[in-house]
Design a binder for this molecule. Structure first.
Ligand code: NAP
Length: 335
């Protein structure tokens, strides 16, 4: 076990939300420790051009942008641990603990910024053919399917956005959706429908990704949801775009979440239902999920944590809210 030092602030997660929280917290002299994960950078690490982050009129590559976020936070004293947390022990207003392998890290406050990951279908071939024609990131991999016949699975805005992007490369593209109604917004649906090479295939449930002799995806086996009839859709590539899952498994049962696992925060703030525990970015956000909105809530998390540490020294008994009375400092946290 590592030495029993109690940090001011641990930030768990190294995407735009975590790094922005780190930038603000380090400029507030909190000397935050970011446990950024082995594959730091979050979902932007798997993205090519980012054209919708203000301040980059020419666009910037996702990984490069994350590196810049990280460098900027480091400049003001942020420390990084490039490893995955194995366990988190949250306390009500006391010491927050993160265990990484054999080492334990403790802090007076913690910002949860673990993000979200693509939802998977859970059907045969999905994992086996990942990177062999089956992808969850249209923006990352669309360009590899120039002139190919492609399927995009899903009926939400993500599926439409991916389809519109991939249709610039694919020869033909089928949007495969399990219902006749779409969850996508009308404008996105219309934009997809306007593309001459995009067709809609409903109501079909994907059952399996089938490999060809070359070991890459050859077809998607589909079941008609109305008739039960089975068929194969021949494709050179298939994209799964059925939403995201918040990465809240490490804190499950320790902070309030909604039924999908998104961490719940007080309206207009990053406070969770545990004092000293803040949550930001895609871990919280089921709606916007943009780099710029994640960064914005990262900033809010750092300010909330700063105010919490300044106004109310944490104690196991503390029940902190803005304007709340200061409480006694727990001996283990006393300076
Ligand atoms: P979503 O709105 O939850 O849509 C997920 C889609 O995947 C639904 O059509 C759902 O089908 C389908 N699906 C889920 N599990 C499935 C399964 N096991 N098998 C087959 N299909 C399955 O997720 P999203 O598209 O990622 O969008 C999330 C949020 O981000 C939304 O608020 C969206 O508006 C927003 N967003 C906006 C934009 C934009 O405006 N540019 C772009 C992307 C995302 P059912 O409908 O049958 O449940």
């Amino acid at each position: 076990m590592s030495e029993n030092k109690v940090e001011n602030l641990i930030i768990l997660g190294g995407g735009p939300a975590g790094y922005t929280a780190a930038l603000y917290a380090s400029r507030a002299n909190l000397e935050p420790l970011v446990i950024e994960g082995f594959q730091w950078g979050g979902q932007l690490q798997n993205t090519t051009d980012v054209e919708n982050y203000p301040g980059y009129p020419e666009g910037i590559m996702g990984p490069e942008m994350m590196n810049e976020f990280r460098t900027q936070a480091e400049k003001f004293g942020t420390r990084f641990l490039t490893d995955d947390a194995t366990r988190v022990e949250l306390s009500e207003g006391g010491v927050q603990r993160v265990i990484v392998g054999d080492d334990e890290y403790a802090a007076k406050a913690i910002i949860l910024a673990m993000g979200a990951e693509p939802r998977r279908l859970g059907i045969p071939g999905e994992m086996e053919l990942a990177g062999r024609g089956v992808s969850t990131c249209g923006v990352c991999d669309g360009a590899f399917f120039k002139g190919e016949k492609v399927a995009v699975i899903g009926g939400g805005d993500s599926a439409m956005e991916d389809s519109i992007f991939i249709s610039k490369y694919a020869s033909e593209l089928d949007v495969v959706h399990r219902r006749d109604e779409f969850r996508a917004s009308k404008i996105m649906l219309d934009r997809a429908a306007e593309q001459p090479n995009i067709s809609f295939k409903t109501p079909y449930v994907p059952e399996e990704f089938v490999a060809g002799e070359d070991g890459k995806v050859r077809a998607v086996r589909l079941r008609n949801a109305d008739t039960g009839a089975e068929s194969e859709l021949e494709v050179g590539g298939a994209f799964v775009a059925i939403g995201h899952i918040p990465r809240s498994e490490l804190v499950a049962g320790q902070v309030a979440t909604d039924d999908e696992g998104y961490v719940l925060t007080d309206a207009g703030s990053t406070r969770t239902d545990k004092d000293g525990v803040f949550a930001v970015g895609d871990l919280v956000d089921r709606t916007y999920r943009q780099a710029v909105t994640a960064a914005g809530t990262g900033c809010m998390g750092a300010l909330d944590a700063e105010w919490y540490l300044r106004d109310t020294p944490p104690s196991p008994e503390a029940h902190w809210r803005p304007g709340g009375e200061p409480v006694e400092v727990a001996p283990e946290l006393a300076h």
